[in-house]
Design a protein around this ligand. Structure first.
Ligand SMILES: Cc1cc2nc3c(=O)[nH]c(=O)nc-3n(C[C@H](O)[C@H](O)[C@H](O)COP(=O)(O)OP(=O)(O)OC[C@H]3O[C@@H](n4cnc5c(N)ncnc54)[C@H](O)[C@@H]3O)c2cc1C
Length: 401
């Protein structure tokens, strides 16, 4: 697979090429991983959506210009799965914190437990002897992407056949996926394990893998009857953030790897004295990130800076302290950053905002209308969100009219 170009232009181009297939073809073939991106029926838009080089709203609008909501129902629902996971985690930040704690504990256990370390090393090197699993491990590292069905099989085999801690598998994905995302990744791994829809796990079977890989694999020795993982009930949903509107004062626009798109935020009326980009992607994992994933994020931010700043320094910044110093020097009274959901970007923004307080510089984080409208429907299972998709599409259409 040729490396994806991490620019908004390339994302829009990919959307334009895919949009005809978002209807019948997607509904029919989306579950098959032919092993060749050119033959697969999926969009491969996730790295662009994850960094918001292209927004969910833009993707849905383009699809609905070409198809009826009914014809593109399956594709639209998948985009809302992403939105659902983000809204769900946003209301349960503790699930991300617990994941980080368990991941770090499991990573530490690797140096103390030789058996665990060997099984882990074989899994991530793709040398377990299970053909499909090994091929997916290598494909992930080599391309920074995996088809959704292959992610499901891989996670299922990791958890139920290899009996490795799910957090280590989720971390392997976060290190290498170009679309590695705290919400979609953590909650999908939990979903496969039976912790999200509690008591219902996803079991990869030899027949299913053979059928949906066009007969490429014959995976023997899978545990096809494992019970779901056991874990505590997820916390009750907490209040969603409200997001603030910017004041009309000199401002720094701070883009980041959760949202490379600048406003239109309704009230961005103050003078923009500087534009910066925060790359917090190192916080996705304590381990070494795959080159493709790290490069995609960095280049997405370079592209975003080039689009939104009037020349000057187009290097994304990884160091919060340097960002603070530059903001203080700029003379701004306010920092405007698109809202970042639960995860490393949000953590970094919190740190920056706290330090800026002593300089009497505020930080406002407006939430995009698309998220504001959808997230309240992510309190329980996906069904509640699915049932209001027509209402949300209507709100979107009204906005763009
Ligand atoms: C174990 C596991 C881990 C995953 N980790 C991530 C991750 O870190 N980041 C990520 O973006 N997605 C993740 N997914 C969801 C899904 O696999 C990818 O979003 C999808 O494969 C991306 O490819 P695409 O753009 O070609 O998808 P398409 O099928 O073309 O779908 C269009 C868009 O809808 C969204 N979408 C599609 N399927 C899902 C889904 N099941 N859950 C949530 N959103 C979806 C994505 O934004 C995607 O770009 C994971 C799934 C599993 C099973």
């Amino acid at each position: 697979m040729a490396a994806l170009v991490a620019t908004r232009e390339a994302g829009l181009q990919r959307l334009a090429e895919f949009v005809d297939d978002a209807g019948e073809r997607y509904a029919r073939d989306r579950n098959t991983d032919f092993g060749d991106p050119a033959r697969n029926a999926v969009s491969m838009l996730s790295p662009y959506l994850r960094h918001r080089l292209v927004s969910e709203e833009e993707v849905l609008t383009a699809v609905l210009e070409r198809h009826s909501p009914r014809d593109a129902e399956k594709f639209i629902q998948e985009v809302y799965w992403r939105t659902y996971f983000k809204g769900w985690l946003e209301q349960r930040p503790q699930v991300w914190r617990d994941y980080e704690t368990a991941r770090d504990r499991s990573l530490a256990a690797l140096s103390a437990n030789k058996g665990l370390a060997t099984a882990y090393d074989e899994a991530v090197a793709g040398t377990t002897g299970m053909d499909a699993f090994d091929a997916f491990a290598l494909e992930l590292v080599e391309t920074g992407y995996l088809h959704n069905h292959s992610r499901m099989w891989f996670a299922s085999i990791w958890i139920f056949t290899l009996r490795l801690p799910w957090e280590l598998g989720a971390d392997f994905f976060m290190r290498h996926l170009m679309d590695g995302d705290p919400a979609s990744n953590t909650l999908s791994w939990r979903w496969v394990g039976g912790l999200h829809t509690r008591g219902k796990n996803y079991l990869a079977t030899r027949d299913n893998i053979r059928r949906y890989t066009n007969g490429r694999f014959n995976s023997k020795g899978l545990n096809e009857n494992a019970p779901p993982l056991d874990g505590p009930e997820p916390p009750r949903p907490s209040k969603l953030p409200v997001g603030e509107n910017p004041a009309a004062v000199p401002s720094v626009l701070l883009l980041h790897d959760d949202d490379c798109l600048a406003p239109p935020f309704d009230a961005l009326s103050g003078e923009i004295v500087d534009v910066m980009a925060l790359d917090a992607s190192a916080g996705r994992s304590p381990g070494e990130r795959g080159n493709l994933a790290a490069t995609f994020t960095r280049e997405a931010l370079v592209d975003s800076l080039a689009a939104h700043s009037a020349g000057g320094d187009n290097s994304p910044e990884t160091d919060s302290e340097r960002i603070v110093a530059r903001i203080v020097q700029s003379g701004a009274r306010q920092v405007v950053a698109p809202h970042a959901p639960v995860g490393p970007v949000n953590d970094a923004l919190n740190r920056i905002a706290k330090t800026l307080q002593s300089h009497e510089i505020s930080m406002v984080r407006p939430i995009r209308a698309y998220d504001r409208e959808a997230w309240p429907h992510a309190t329980k299972g996906f069904f509640a969100m699915k049932s209001v998709i027509p209402d949300m599409l209507a709100l979107m259409a009204r906005r763009s009219a």
